[in-house]
Design a protein around this ligand. Structure first.
Ligand code: HEM
Length: 295
């Protein structure tokens, strides 16, 4: 949710906005608001995650594990600790860039650091412990999986806010901006979905290994639930792309356009809720032993 709005703005909103200063200001403030709030949550949850990791690594009760020695040992002598430090530095650079967002260079550096912030997570999960050539494949797939998840789920929030602004401001400029943004987003969506599917299959192949393991292990069943939710999300995404966006584009009646805008926004919010459910499932998957080891 920190990376999504910045990717949304760079690849979608800014090209669609062209020279509409009012809309540019509104979209920029929406993107910055989401990015700041999400970054604060990401850093706060990251600190708690590090503490919980220190407790589980040290085997000490939570209170006792919160000594500087234990935390420093985890920070300096574990892969998780090293990656957490790298991510913390990227978070600080990102915050500085968001503070100077009016400068183009700061916006591009923000995009670079947030992609690094997301990608580095792959080294904190199961992908970070797969060895050898398979490890490189797993890490590459997981990095692309994370970035695609950020682009799709994280991009839906600024899209929903932009569609709401278009409904509030019932002037032509906003309607054509909403249509343009919705069309460009569905292209970004298709690229993200394709990437999630291919890299998800690679992840599943490495961590599950067989349909038998998918069916009989807790990890496998949780992953199947995730894939089922993903399939439901595709239905909403398809309705947006093949039904609502064309109605937004080709209907001349203002009422029909407003209705399509409202339905597009509602579907985007439903997709965000389903995406968050997938994040919760992924959080659980990350704490379980991969199915391939559970047989
Ligand atoms: C909306 C679609 C999806 C989203 C938002 C999503 C998101 C994520 C995220 C954030 C991770 C964590 C990566 C990490 O911590 O290193 C992950 C891991 C994973 N994803 Fe997905 N994913 C999606 C679709 C899929 C699909 C379709 C598949 C399978 C075909 C899949 C299979 C996996 C597997 C096997 C993992 C590894 C979990 C682990 O670390 O144990 N994902 N996914």
């Amino acid at each position: 949710m920190t990376a999504g709005p910045l990717i949304f703005r760079a690849v979608l909103a800014e090209p669609a906005l062209g020279s509409t200063p009012v809309a540019t200001t509104v979209v920029r403030s929406q993107v910055l608001r989401i990015a700041w709030m999400s970054l604060a949550i990401a850093v706060a949850s990251g600190v708690i995650w590090l503490q919980l990791q220190a407790a589980s690594t040290s085997g000490l009760p939570f209170g006792e594990a919160m000594t500087s020695d234990t935390l420093l040992t985890v920070l300096n002598e574990t892969q998780f600790g090293l990656v957490s430090k790298v991510r913390f530095v990227l978070a600080v650079i990102l915050a500085a860039c968001l503070a100077f967002d009016r400068f183009t260079q700061a916006r591009w550096l923000a995009l670079g650091s947030v992609v690094g912030f997301i990608a580095a997570m792959a080294w904190t999960g199961h992908a970070g412990s797969t060895l050898g050539e398979m490890g490189n494949l797993h890490l590459t797939a997981d990095v692309l999986h994370l970035i695609a998840a950020a682009a799709w789920i994280g991009g839906l929030m600024p899209l929903a806010l932009l569609l709401a602004a278009a409904r509030r401001n019932q002037v032509f400029a906003w309607a054509s901006l909403a249509r343009d943004a919705a069309q460009r987003f569905s292209t970004l969506g298709i690229i993200s979905v394709g990437t999630l599917l291919v890299t998800g299959i690679v992840n599943a192949w490495i961590l599950v290994g067989s349909f038998h393991a998918l069916l009989i292990t807790e990890y496998g069943r949780l992953l199947m639930l995730k894939i089922a939710i993903f399939a439901i999300m595709l239905v909403f995404a398809a309705a947006n792309r093949f039904w609502l966006t064309p109605r937004l584009a080709f209907s001349s009646e203002n009422e029909a356009q407003l209705k399509a805008l409202r339905q597009l926004r509602r579907n985007s919010l439903i997709e965000i809720a389903l995406g968050f459910t997938i994040f919760a499932i992924v959080g659980a998957l990350g704490t379980l032993h991969p199915a391939i080891h559970g047989l």
